[in-house]
Design a protein around this ligand. Structure first.
Ligand code: SF4
Ligand code: SF4
Ligand code: F3S
Length: 271
């Protein structure tokens, strides 16, 4: 990987909560330091860049001009389109305007997190800002159509982000994707398929209330609303915080955060 040319990267953050960037900073194979110092040239990222104000915007413009057709455009957060997009602006420009400019000259577009991939939280009913995903804007013809990879999750696994970067650097082509443009290497299996509690599911040993005997013994969380059987993600395999844990490992049912519209699908539950 170190012999690969460092691609210029513009990371645009729109209607988001910075959780996706938090996830990026917890990348460990490679680490965030290896990523941004050795493997990619992260030319624009609100939270991580040293520059601010006009200097930051100048850096973005310079990348667009000098690396046209070659840079990676990464988006986290949804894009508001109601009321001409005024619900979210950066440097006096709407998110849609800035996205349109960035996509037009990008080699590849990567939608990080369920907000950018599917609309996410801001697009949940009643969606007051008219929030859209990157894919929806491409489909509607509001931005140029480019090769697109979705890395959903709220936030996505650090491994989902770093493994895509590694693949692009090593092979210079898109990885195999599913119908929702998610890399099969991360999203090809359900959470349920690889769950550490699966044997309890097979034995029909279920926790029925938070804190009951089954919950304390680590039994299956299906009857507490676990969406693992319909959620495609690799959390059971790679886990979080350098492989420390995952929602299910911590006793919390999966809410299907890597699937479209999970906010409106009754994913949340009451104890
Ligand atoms: Fe935040 Fe989740 Fe949206 Fe990422 S996908 S910006 S973590 S709400
Ligand atoms: Fe499947 Fe959820 Fe039970 Fe794990 S806890 S086995 S993902 S239903
Ligand atoms: Fe999300 Fe479920 Fe994994 S909530 S983090 S897909 S366990």
């Amino acid at each position: 990987l170190r012999q690969a040319a460092r691609p210029a990267v513009i990371w645009l953050s729109f209607q988001e909560c910075t959780g996706c960037t938090e996830s990026l900073t917890r990348s460990y194979t490679p680490s965030i330091e290896e990523l941004i110092f050795d493997l990619i040239s992260l030319d624009y990222h609100h939270t991580l860049q040293a520059a601010s104000g006009e200097a930051a915007e100048a850096a973005r413009q310079e990348t667009i001009q000098h690396h046209a057709g070659k840079y990676w455009l990464i988006v986290d957060g949804s894009i508001p389109t109601a009321a001409d997009g005024v619900y979210s602006t950066i440097a006096g420009r709407t998110n849609l305007d800035m996205l349109r400019e960035g996509v037009a000259n990008a080699a590849i577009v990567i939608a990080v997190g369920s907000c950018a991939a599917f609309g996410g939280l801001a697009a949940a009913q009643p969606n007051p800002t008219g929030a859209n995903s990157v894919a929806a804007l491409m489909q509607a013809g509001l931005i140029a159509t480019k090769p697109l990879v979705n890395l959903p999750g709220c936030p996505p696994l650090p491994m989902a982000i770093s493994s895509l970067f590694a693949y692009l650097l090593a092979f210079e082509r898109l990885p195999d994707l599913d119908a929702l443009k998610r890399p099969l290497s991360i999203y090809g299996n359900s959470v349920h398929d690889r769950c550490s509690r699966y044997r309890y599911y097979a034995e029909e040993k279920f926790a029925k209330r938070f804190g009951d005997e089954g919950h304390r013994k680590g039994w299956c969380l299906y009857k507490l609303g676990c969406k693992g059987p319909v959620a495609h993600n690799a959390c059971s395999l790679h886990q979080w915080n350098e492989g420390t844990s995952s929602p299910i490992e911590a006793g919390y049912p999966c809410i299907g955060c890597s699937e479209p519209d999970f906010w409106d699908k009754g994913s949340f539950y009451q104890s």
